[in-house]
Design a protein around this ligand. Structure first.
Ligand SMILES: [Zn+2]
Length: 697
C-alpha cells in the first residue's frame, strides 16, 4: 500500500472541523467576550469526526495541545476575535500561539472515566478522567505563566515574550550572546490550586481508599472547591519525586463539580422493577427480609438490625419555617463488649448495604479525625483536610472503635452531629463544610467490659455525644446456649450459612432499594391523628416518668430531641415500604425501638425505672438521691460513734451503717439499691471524707 495515496486529516484539520461547528463558534465568541482563558471541547465531537485523532488526544495529550490551539487561533482570526501578526496560512512556532491568543487552554469533557484506584504506570502522560471526593484543598496561589524579556545591553530592541517553562532567551543582536532579563511587571500569572482526591464513598470499600494529588491551573483553580466536594477531573497522569520515590498525580485540565445526591448508583429498568416487586411483599415479610440482610452471619440482635435498617433509609431532612436545619439523618451508638460482632456488622454495612458511606476506625488513627483540620504543608501552605463526617456528606459515616480515637479527633462533634455542619478556620477566614450524614458509632466500654453502672461511667468519650444519638444500644456478651449454637452452625456448616443468606434479599438489590427509597420517597408530614396522638402521649409520658422537668441540676431538660428522634424513625419506616404516608405501625415501631434502648441504657440502677437523664449521659434521679443519703448517714454515725474509723474499711460497725443506708434508701424509693451498691457508695463517701481531712480543710 502506498501511504501517499491515502489522504488523512492532519490533527489541525480535525480540530478545525470541530471548532467550526456552530456551537463552538458561539462558545469561543462568548468565552472571549467574557474574558475567559479556556474553552471546553466535547471529546465525543472529536471522536465522531476522527477516531484516530481522538485516540491521539488520550495517548499524547501534551502533543495534541499545539494543533488544537493553532486551530483555535485560526478560528478566532476568522471570527475577528484576535489579530494575526502574519498571514494565517503561515503558522507560528507553538509557544507564540499560546502567547498571542486570548484563550490559553483547551479543556476536554466526556473523556472516558477510569477508577481512581486503577491509576498506574500505563497511564503516565495520558489523558484520563477520574471521579473522586476532595479530601483536602489548599490555598489558591499564583504561578508565572508567561515572562517578558529584555536584553540588558540593547534597550532599543522590542521585548520578547516566552512561556514560563521555556528556556531564557539569548540576545542575538551584534553577537551579544547575553541572557535576557525578566521584566517583572509584565509577567503574566496564572492561578494554581492543589487538591487531594480520594475514591468516592460509593465505591470505596471500608479499608484504605486510594488517594491522589491533583493540580488545577487557570480558571479551573477555583477557591470554592472545598474538602468534601465530589468532582470529576480530567487530566494528564504525571509523576513527581516525593521522598525518594515517584508518585503519581494528575495535572488537571478540566473539572466537573457534582451536585451531591445521596445516591449515585445506576439503576436499570429491571432494577426498578425488582425494587417495586419487593415493595409489594406483605410488610411483615419485607421487614423481616431486610433485617435478615443486615450482617446475616451475625445472629440475633434483632433490635439493633431494625435500627440500622431504619438508619439506612433515614428520616426526611429539611428546613423549618425560620430556616433552621432539620436533621433527617438517624444517629446510632452501639456500646458493647468486645467479640460480639460489632466490627463485622459495621464493615458489612459499609461494604454491602450503604449506598454511600465512609468507614473510619479509631485504631487506625488516621490523624484526620471526624470533622476537619487545617494543617500546614511544606512551606507555609495551609490546607483544609476533611474528616470522615465531611467525606460522608449525604451518606453514612461509620466510626468503629470510637473509644480508641484521640480526644482531638473527636472533639467538637456536637455541632456536626446536630446542625450537620463543620466550621473551620482557613487562611481566608472561616469556612463551613457540610456533614449531612447519619452516624453509626461502635465503641467498647471503659475498662473493656460492660458493668451495671450508668452509661456515663462506662464511656471514655464526652457524654454529650449520648444526647445527640437517636438510639443507643448496650450490647452485653451474655452466654446463650441457643444463640451460641446458631452462631457456631453458621461458621461451621456452609449449607447453613447459605440458608441464612437466603432468608434475606440480595445485598446489592437492597442497596439499590435503599437508594431508590431515599431518592424518591419523602414521607415528611405526619397526617394521621392516631400516629400524632401516640407519639405525643409517649413523649409526655416519658417526661412524666422522669418527673424532673426543669430540674436545676439538669442543664438540658428532657428534650424535644426525643420527639425529633421519634419522628425521624417514623419517617424512615414509611420510607422502608416506599410509602409517602406515615401510618400507625410506623409510629409504633419507632416507640418500640426507643423504649427498648431506654430500658437498657436509661435504666436507673437505684430505682429500677427508666430515666432519660441517664440516657443522655447525665446523673440520674436515683444517684442524685442516693449520694446525699450516704453522706447524711455518715455525718450522723460519725457524731454518734466519735470517729469515722469505727465503720470505715473493716471497722466493727461497718455492717450496721450499710444496713442503715439500705433501709433509708428503701424509704426514699430507691428500691433497687443492693448491698454491694451500698458498700461501694459508703466506700466512695469515706474516701472523699478522708481526702477532705488530709487536705486540712
Ligand atoms: Zn543584547
Amino acid at each position: 500500500m502506498n501511504p501517499g495515496t491515502i489522504k488523512t486529516d492532519s490533527p489541525l484539520d480535525v480540530f478545525l472541523k470541530v471548532l467550526k461547528e456552530d456551537k463552538y463558534l458561539e462558545h469561543i465568541t462568548k468565552a472571549v467576550k467574557d474574558n475567559k482563558k479556556s474553552i471546553v471541547i466535547d471529546y465525543e465531537d472529536v471522536l465522531n469526526i476522527n477516531p484516530n485523532i481522538a485516540r491521539a488526544i488520550i495517548e499524547k495529550p501534551e502533543e495534541m495541545m499545539i494543533p488544537g490551539l493553532n486551530a483555535l487561533r485560526l478560528v478566532m482570526v476568522d471570527l475577528e476575535l484576535t489579530t494575526s501578526p502574519k498571514p494565517i496560512s503561515e503558522l507560528l512556532p507553538p509557544e507564540l500561539k499560546l502567547i498571542k491568543i486570548p484563550i490559553r487552554h483547551i479543556r476536554y469533557s466526556n473523556v472516558e472515566e477510569i477508577s481512581l484506584k486503577d491509576i498506574r504506570g500505563e497511564y503516565v502522560n495520558k489523558l484520563v478522567t477520574v471521579r473522586g471526593i476532595v479530601r483536602s484543598s489548599g490555598r489558591l496561589s499564583g504561578k508565572p505563566y508567561q515572562y517578558t524579556y529584555k536584553c540588558p545591553n540593547h534597550r532599543d530592541i522590542p521585548p520578547v515574550q516566552k512561556l514560563a517553562d521555556d528556556p531564557v532567551p539569548i540576545c542575538t543582536k551584534d553577537n551579544c550572546n547575553t541572557k535576557m532579563d525578566i521584566v517583572s511587571k509584565d509577567t503574566v500569572w496564572e492561578d494554581i490550586l492543589t487538591i487531594q482526591i480520594q475514591e468516592p464513598p460509593e465505591t470505596a470499600k471500608s479499608s484504605n481508599p486510594k488517594r491522589i494529588k491533583a493540580t488545577l491551573e487557570g480558571d479551573i483553580a477555583r477557591e470554592e472547591i472545598e474538602a468534601g466536594d465530589i468532582l470529576k477531573i480530567t487530566g494528564m497522569v504525571a509523576t513527581e519525586r516525593v521522598k525518594n520515590r515517584d508518585e503519581y498525580y494528575i495535572k488537571g485540565i478540566n473539572i466537573d463539580l457534582e451536585d451531591k445526591k445521596y445516591e449515585e448508583i445506576e439503576m436499570t429498568e429491571e432494577d426498578i422493577q425488582a425494587i417495586q416487586d419487593l415493595a409489594k411483599l406483605p410488610p411483615e415479610v419485607l421487614e423481616q427480609k431486610i433485617i435478615n440482610t443486615i450482617a446475616p452471619r451475625i445472629q440475633g440482635y434483632k433490635e439493633v438490625k431494625e435500627a440500622i435498617a431504619l438508619q439506612l433509609f433515614g428520616g426526611v431532612s429539611g428546613s423549618r419555617i425560620d430556616n433552621a436545619h432539620i436533621r433527617g439523618d438517624i444517629h446510632i451508638l452501639l456500646l458493647g463488649d468486645p467479640g460480639i460482632g460489632k466490627s463485622d456488622t459495621l464493615n458489612y454495612i459499609s461494604d454491602n448495604l450503604a449506598p454511600r458511606s465512609i468507614y473510619t476506625d479509631g485504631k487506625l488513627s488516621s490523624g484526620v479525625g471526624l470533622t476537619a483540620i487545617t494543617s500546614m504543608k511544606e512551606g507555609d501552605e495551609w490546607e483544609v483536610e476533611a474528616g470522615a463526617m465531611v467525606l460522608a456528606d449525604k451518606g453514612l459515616c461509620i466510626i468503629d472503635e470510637f473509644d480508641k480515637m484521640k480526644d482531638e479527633e473527636r472533639d467538637n462533634l456536637n455541632t456536626p452531629l446536630e446542625q450537620q455542619k463543620v466550621h473551620i478556620a482557613k487562611a481566608s477566614g472561616m469556612i463551613t463544610l457540610n456533614s449531612r450524614c447519619s452516624v453509626l458509632i461502635g465503641a467498647n466500654p471503659k475498662g473493656g467490659r460492660l458493668t451495671d453502672k450508668p452509661i456515663r461511667e462506662q464511656i471514655s468519650f464526652p457524654d454529650t455525644i449520648l444526647s445527640r444519638m437517636d438510639l443507643t444500644f448496650i450490647l452485653k456478651d451474655v452466654p446463650n446456649t441457643k444463640m451460641d449454637g446458631a452462631i457456631a452452625d453458621v461458621i461451621i456448616d456452609e449449607d447453613i450459612e447459605e440458608e441464612v443468606y437466603k432468608k434475606g434479599i440480595d445485598a446489592e438489590l437492597l442497596r439499590k432499594y435503599i437508594a431508590y427509597a431515599r431518592q424518591n420517597i419523602h414521607p415528611r408530614r405526619i397526617e394521621d391523628p392516631e400516629v400524632k396522638k401516640a407519639l405525643k402521649e409517649y413523649y409526655v409520658d416519658a417526661r412524666q416518668t422522669t418527673g424532673k422537668n426543669g430540674d436545676e441540676d439538669s442543664p438540658i431538660p428532657i428534650s424535644p430531641r426525643l420527639i425529633r428522634a421519634l419522628k425521624r424513625l417514623t419517617q424512615a419506616r414509611a420510607r422502608m415500604f416506599l410509602r409517602e404516608d406515615i401510618i400507625y405501625e410506623d409510629g409504633a415501631k419507632a416507640i418500640q425501638l426507643l423504649e427498648y434502648c431506654q430500658n437498657t441504657v436509661g435504666m436507673d440502677p437505684f430505682t429500677g425505672k427508666v430515666d432519660l437523664d441517664i440516657m443522655e449521659g447525665r446523673p440520674g434521679g436515683g444517684e442524685k438521691k442516693f449520694k446525699p443519703i450516704v453522706r447524711m448517714l455518715m455525718i450522723e454515725k460519725t457524731e454518734e460513734m466519735g470517729s469515722i474509723s469505727w465503720y470505715s474499711h473493716s471497722g466493727e460497725h461497718r455492717e450496721e451503717v450499710i444496713d442503715a443506708i439500705l433501709e433509708e434508701s428503701r424509704k426514699e424509693g430507691l428500691a433497687k439499691v443492693t448491698r454491694k451498691m451500698a458498700e461501694e457508695g459508703l466506700q466512695e463517701a469515706v474516701e472523699w471524707e478522708y481526702s477532705y481531712i488530709k487536705e486540712g480543710k
